[in-house]
Design a protein around this ligand. Structure first.
Ligand SMILES: C[S@@+](CC[C@H](N)C(=O)[O-])C[C@H]1O[C@@H](n2cnc3c(N)ncnc32)[C@H](O)[C@@H]1O
Length: 216
């Protein structure tokens, strides 16, 4: 499976751990994990029957996989070591975790990749006693941030919430490239706004934060 994003997520799933893929869609993550030699239980779950049946079809040659039609984790009866929530929006992830908090509290790890609003996700995790234990950023047509989360309290500065504690520490090439592109994008928007526009100040503040972070 040639998805850099899904391969990166699969690499975070320990060979000795079982996992649940919430919002599995095609089931490709399960396929990559199985092909990598992990023989533990996999639960593929989706809230729509079409995608779940696609996963079922794509994974018919693999065993020890359960398919569960479920909104979030509501109908998932078996616990696994890891839960994956990938390719979903922040609001959906927040809703799914909040509605099945006991389930997620029992996971050893939660791997989360939201398409936008990663800063809002970090703040929400912090406020709800989930701590980030690893992060990565990858480029596959667009940039994706992947968070590895465990239960527990932690403290994060405002800068760490915005940019990510681990991403900030590493400042990898992908991370710096992403923010250089963001600077260009924000400048283009600012140049189109008239000087009185209310968004202008917010965008200029954002630019300052990014520039400062890249310099430090
Ligand atoms: C964009 S796909 C992502 C598929 C895969 N996780 C990935 O990262 O490539 C999102 C999938 O999540 C499912 N989904 C959306 N909301 C959901 C929910 N509340 N519970 C379970 N699945 C959900 C959708 O039906 C869809 O199959």
């Amino acid at each position: 499976m040639k998805s850099k994003r899904l391969n990166a997520i699969a690499d975070l799933i320990n060979k000795n751990y079982s996992f649940t893929d919430i919002g599995c869609d095609h089931g490709y993550l399960a396929m990559i994990v199985r092909e990598s030699g992990n023989r533990n239980l996999i639960i593929c779950s989706d809230d729509k029957i079409g995608p779940l049946n696609n996963a079922r079809r794509n994974l018919e040659n693999y065993d020890n996989i359960l398919f569960v039609l479920s909104d979030g984790a509501k109908e998932i009866k078996k616990q696994t070591d890891i839960a994956v929530l990938a390719g979903l929006g922040f609001q959906t992830v927040r809703k799914i975790i909040s509605e099945s908090l006991a389930y997620f509290r029992k996971c050893k790890k939660i791997i989360i990749q939201v398409n936008q609003n990663v800063d809002l996700l970090r703040r929400w995790l912090l406020e709800n006693e989930f701590k980030i234990v690893d992060e990565m950023i990858i480029l596959e047509y667009k940039y994706y941030e992947i968070l590895v989360v465990e239960n527990g309290k932690t403290e994060l500065s405002e800068e760490q919430i915005i940019f990510g504690p681990y991403l900030l520490k590493e400042k990898s090439k992908a991370f710096r490239d992403y923010y250089h592109k963001q600077i260009k994008k924000i400048n283009l928007i600012i140049n189109k706004l008239n000087p009185e526009h209310p968004d202008r100040i917010k965008l200029e503040e954002k630019l300052l934060k990014i520039r400062k972070m890249l310099k430090d």
